[in-house]
Write a protein of this length. Structure first.
Lengths: 490, 490, 490, 490
């Protein structure tokens, strides 16, 4: 910030005002500290608006040219970090417009013709969210691709599958990784749906009731890469649905990562010992020289809190607001930025951490030895021999209770004795209590049969690549962006 | 409930258990008090599963017939309210299976073959959510249709448009109503997207790792009207994404209704007097004989709290859970049921209340007289005369401040004097400060031009009808439902 | 409910109403389905109000006697489960008043003199919350007492202490249990503070502006055991602070229990094996015969979600409401009841489960062997020998890294070799790496020195007893309760 | 930040580490961007710790002197804004310690003796929260005092009191303002309770299990102004209760302010016109020259969302964490800082805005004329004449309905005709329907009787002053702060 909060104001709406603004008011009103993040989108939106105004004969061509040239220098300064943001100029929109006026003089005053800050911020937020969600889709695709690749490499590695954090039935490391990949692809689906829904232009809605000037809304929409225009001006400036939708997707996405985080914390503990996280993803203790703490995995878990909190923040802010724009809606930006930034960081760190994690085959196999992970398989064998499932279940459960009391296992007792106790054939038992056979017996869609896991991993890699392609398509620059970049004339 | 909490248990998994369950444990474990809501879906799912087991040769045809017949009588009893739910039998699944065993004996014990409560509850929830979301889409369509109809009837009724609850620019009642309809259609879009995403069958995922029995997952999926099957067994039983997605849509939907509620509270106040709510939608006071309180409008606002709270409940419950199933996930049902029930009730009451609300033309017109709703139009006129917008804005703002200080208005001062003060032509001013002309000047997409509002209302009616049609398509009974209804053989 | 939702209404405020109430309106308005929970408090409040009215000469003594006698029979019926609740009579207040009218006729119509539903519900909620919070304090005291007793019995049992779920330094089981007890006592402190703050009578505040009748607010306050009266009538009917405060305490309390729940899930896993939960607190699997799932521990974790969600629900409902009463505030009861019910259940089940949990000494000791839990102690010894802490830390950390690479431990390497590598005396090392000595060296307030843990356990038992005594004091019946019970005349 | 995120690390715990930290890991781990806010508290805590170490003979006196002198220069640099914060040094603690080492060399390495980052951050947060909550109590006291003063000046100004946003009964402006003051004093009560509860020293708890070095915990507690020490080392480093408690108080406080904000938005609207907000508290529109938007009142409403969201963030982050410290807990700071900063800003702006608001007597009186605000008073008069309240209520309600249908009021109809219709004496009616008399008839504790409101305003001023005095007492510097300030020797 280049000026103090309490400084004489430089407001663009001060015409009817006799009194100076209260200092704390200026601080609370000013959003430039965070809505700078919209600078690029604001400039792109202004270029589209100015171009349309020119094409409609509302803005002289010379003024248009001055505006475009001026905005390019403003953006160059912002990019270079040498733009002087001013709190007195309240927000990103006023800062940029005032800077433009400083540079090109009177024509800058014509840029806001037929536009209000209400439709301006609405379009900026949609542009920002569009490119940010596209980035998210890209990060998700990368994580899914890392999961696919790691799953492929560990498709055949048996490990205990858990329910209630109790060893339940055998799965493979690849199968577990692909479970997380499925959740990621659903996250991607929500992001892509939200992108479709938000991609309409609110420009031309004015403050709340459109404008009396002869603008062309389709033109700006097209210059900005929107697929159409919003259909109601009151709604267009009051609507923050796409933000809520994106943040809800982020909250669920963060919860997904928190589940990965929890598993990594468990698996990296001395007690499980299933995975080793490389030093790059752990940190030490200021006091305990031996510690290698899985900080990143913990943060994956903890940071879900802030994304959920951000979602709550926006829902509460919107609750009970009459139409159209209310100042409360300024509170939409910080939680939006924080939620998506957090999600994006977590997606990236998860991908890198999982790519680097070293699964510990010995510990995984040791864990399979204990427990009674194949008790269900035994019951299934009894069912194959025509026993009703409930009876088979009770019979095996009673045997397990007996063995636990004797501190022994199926393996230690031996297939012959187990078979005898259950009154079935020894070969049946021997087949049922062998982990690798048990995995291969699960030869059906979605099951941890190692060959199937391998094929699912390959399929997942392709599905992730499709998401990646769609993310890239959304990131293609629109005409107004190309004008800003100098690739197109104004 | 037909038995006390502390009664001797009737558990179906007690084979390995020596001790009785603790009474409070039984109470907390038992979900039958609320998951009864899944009874229909549980029975439909069981019919599909049994049919597939028979077709695969796992279940004898006679047993299948007995199971289907038995389930039909169970459902008949539940529908008639004469089914004896038992807390000791924990949940809806165990209650129904035990009742089936009471009726048909041993074959009931074969129904759970190749199925776990984990994939069973997963399929039940998807079936429940599918039909409930379809209902929601129907309610939304109806509300949008009421809004369209009412908007059509009030397309030409001018009223003040507000920003910051300050009179800003003129709109029409129809325009305001259509703004709310736009939000409803976005809500419908989210519901329909969620329906597509959730419509895959988890059956066959077992407890977490599939099954060793030769089942046909595609068959059950098809009998249940699913478009496919889930692709990972761990994910299939751990996934509650569709619930979160539906509840996030509900939370945003409830916030939309809270905004309508707030407007109705304002508009029904003595101070605004814009709308009269019929007695059927208001209540009296136990103390103040004159009161007609807009309770329903207030509840629209207040009930958004519980839907947001429900969403938070589920997100928190899921946070940090390792795969696959954990008991914490039992906590998904009450918030889900409550959120969608609340949303559905609110949608219906909003539609009925808005259909019955009487807009008060006189009060609306009176409100337009005061304020300076056409100041922007005046500024636009100066712009047309080539003044930069910022200069025009300052000029008009200064004039408004002067008139406020003199306690007068554009109307009272007269077009001639206003024109003189601004240095423009009197005709220009006269045109600018006439509300009906001002509305007609806003002849662009999304603006409150009365003719356009009329056409948008008609378009909205069609868009609502399309949503309604899609909702109905989702409600068409699947094969297993038709078996239950006796329309198809087992 | 004894009548259908849509039945002809039986409203007590229908004087000015021409139209029937809309069926859905009645459903949404009716709170009797849940506010029945306030029946006892409503009757107690009415007895106090009627008694004051009589003493002030507003209510004839005979009417007062009839009202008290009538309310006693109403309460007897409610307690016996034979009271016919009616949805048409909306809420608990109207149900009870109408039932009273059915029984004693006209005098019932005088009971509502100088009272509004607004101050009536306000007083009912305070009475309910007072006795419920007192119960919570009692449950907390019991849990703290169980923790104290169990801590005493395990004061000397070494176990690994964790940070980041990594073994960090040795503590004892008793020390860990007392950590949770500290959190419980803070919860009790918040509950007791809330009790003090809420214990003022809102009766006499009327609908919002008091009454013109000559009532005696101190009298009703005293009959109801309040320590004073509220000081502003608008605030008295608009205030739900005590609910929020209680629910915030519940939310934090539930989070505390979720942390215990997580530890029990971990410790009961095959990988940790630190604790065995008796069958009474676990459940089996419908599919896997060998499972003993720690459902209660999982629910302790999961149910924190709903308490947090309940808190959010109420905060959102209250957000942005103008004074005084608004219908939105009806939404306060369900989350309140749910939050405290849930917290109470969880507190009780935690106490019983911890009392029954069997700690596994062998597994705990085995876990201490591995890891480098005494690395800090070694560094401390270097510090004692005048090395700066940071240098000592680096030196020990480097040694640990070396030993990890060689897959050995301090113990296996032996004190002599360790001493040599660090350049210190062997005796120093030998002392530092013995767990029991290490615990005894921590002879300071709050540390896991076994003798201190023992003494802290004894102190905790006394502190818990004090909380229990305060809880009981709050549960002593007030004069109006004693009238209802027949212990005092009217 | 003086160095880039990806720069070679400067970690203080790197002894056992072979690999460099991953850049994104460093970014996510680094908290110095926000925990700088703890710099003062960190230095104060270090001074206390160093002094105790010296007194216990653990730290040479010369080293202690160097440390204190060094920390004074560090603080001077931080205050002057010339301290070079480094992301590579992760957090405020490491930054300060490393800076100290840069300045005084080896003795800096001795400062962390017998201390861990875990108990260090715990003490820092308590010190920060203690002074911040004391500030909050001061802001609340000021707001309550402004409300008292404004209430005194408007004690006799009648205005409509509302329920359901419907005019209900007459109150006075002073009475309404005092209602809000009551809520503020309850907020203060919660803040002061939290201050008492948090004021114990965790120092000496080490990482989780205390220390083996002979420290004196009471000494550091006393130097830091704590009333005692925490009693369990695991709890001391795992406990964030005071943060949750403070943020819950902030969330409710923010909701209170949102209610004031909503009322100001309503009252400042053209429709109500009850209050004029000075220009200093409103802003203009970029498009509509006539607008004076009550932005601050809207933000009071909107900002409640972020404080609620912050509370949710922390509760979610803590949910399900095993003891003791986990990295997730780093996520406590940003929401804490944001919640209290927001609350503090809002408290201050509310006080200033209310002090400057101009109540519009004419509009208030005009609003009283319409409606039937005295219908209850009429019913009360019938009760005085021995009619049961319910009968009186119905009679008056029927009359009101009749008058509404005829578009007339009690006033227009005249006391005589009203009396006739109700069958009572004309004088009774005349008295009942005069607003000023009606207010004076409410001569009871808490009611809007103008004289009583006046006296309550005076009492409120005194109560606010007491809160202010307590706030100031909490702000008195402790011994370690006085050492830092140079008022005491080290």
């Amino acid at each position: 910030m280049t000026d103090a909060v309490g400084k004489a104001p430089d407001r663009l709406w001060g015409g009817g005002y006799a009194e100076a603004t209260h200092p704390l008011v200026q601080k609370l009103n000013a959003s430039v500290g965070y809505d700078q993040a919209l600078a690029y989108d604001d400039i792109v939106g202004s270029i589209a608006h100015a171009t349309m105004l020119r094409d409609q004969g509302i803005l002289p061509a010379a003024d248009h040219a001055a505006i475009v040239a001026g905005l390019r220098t403003v953006w160059a300064d912002i990019q270079a970090g040498r733009f002087g943001w001013s709190v007195a100029r309240e927000d990103v929109h006023m800062n940029i417009e005032a800077a433009l006026r400083d540079r090109i003089g009177e024509p800058a005053g014509r840029l806001h013709t037929a536009r209000s800050r209400n439709d301006q911020v609405a379009v900026d937020e949609r542009l920002w969210l569009r490119r940010t969600l596209a980035q998210m889709a890209g990060y998700i695709a990368r994580l899914a691709s890392v999961l696919a690749e790691t799953a492929r490499a560990h498709a055949h590695w048996p490990m205990p599958g858990y329910t209630h954090l109790q060893r339940a039935q055998p799965v493979t490391v690849g199968h577990l990784l692909l479970a997380h990949a499925e959740a990621q692809l659903r996250d991607a689906g929500r992001v892509l749906d939200c992108l479709e829904r938000l991609n309409v232009s609110p420009l031309g809605s004015g403050a709340l009731a459109g404008t009396t000037l002869p603008i062309d809304r389709d033109k700006t929409a097209s210059l900005l890469g929107f697929s159409g225009t919003t259909r109601n001006s009151l709604d267009a400036v009051a609507d923050r649905d796409h933000l809520v939708e994106a943040m809800a997707a982020a909250a669920l996405g963060a919860v997904h990562l928190s589940r990965i985080g929890e598993e990594l914390c468990l698996f990296a503990s001395a007690e499980f010992g299933f995975v080793r996280l490389p030093d790059a993803f752990t940190t030490g203790s200021s006091l305990m020289p031996q510690k290698k703490n899985p900080d990143m995995a913990e943060l994956l878990r903890g940071k879900s809190g802030r994304v959920i909190g951000d979602l709550v923040t926006l829902l509460v802010a919107l609750k009970g607001l009459p139409l159209a724009y209310n100042k409360d809606m300024q509170e939409d930006k910080e939680p939006l930025f924080d939620a998506l930034q957090t999600w994006g960081d977590c997606l990236q760190v998860t991908a890198d951490m999982l790519a680097a994690a070293q699964w510990q085959k010995k510990a995984l196999l040791a864990a399979l030895d204990k427990g009674f992970l194949l008790a269900t398989d035994l019951a299934d064998e009894l069912v194959r021999a025509a026993m009703p499932f409930r009876t088979a279940h009770e019979k095996v459960a009673a045997l397990v209770a007996e063995l636990v009391a004797q501190n022994t296992t199926f393996g230690k007792l031996g297939a012959a004795r187990v078979a005898e106790k259950l009154g079935v054939d020894k070969a049946v038992v021997a087949g049922a209590i062998d982990v690798r056979k048990a995995l291969r017996r699960r030869d059906m869609a979605g099951a941890p049969h190692p060959g199937r896991v391998s094929r699912e991993a390959a399929a997942m890699a392709k599905r992730a690549a499709k998401v990646s392609a769609r993310a890239h398509a959304w990131l293609a620059p629109c005409a107004a962006e190309r004008v800003l970049a100098g690739e197109l004339g104004g």
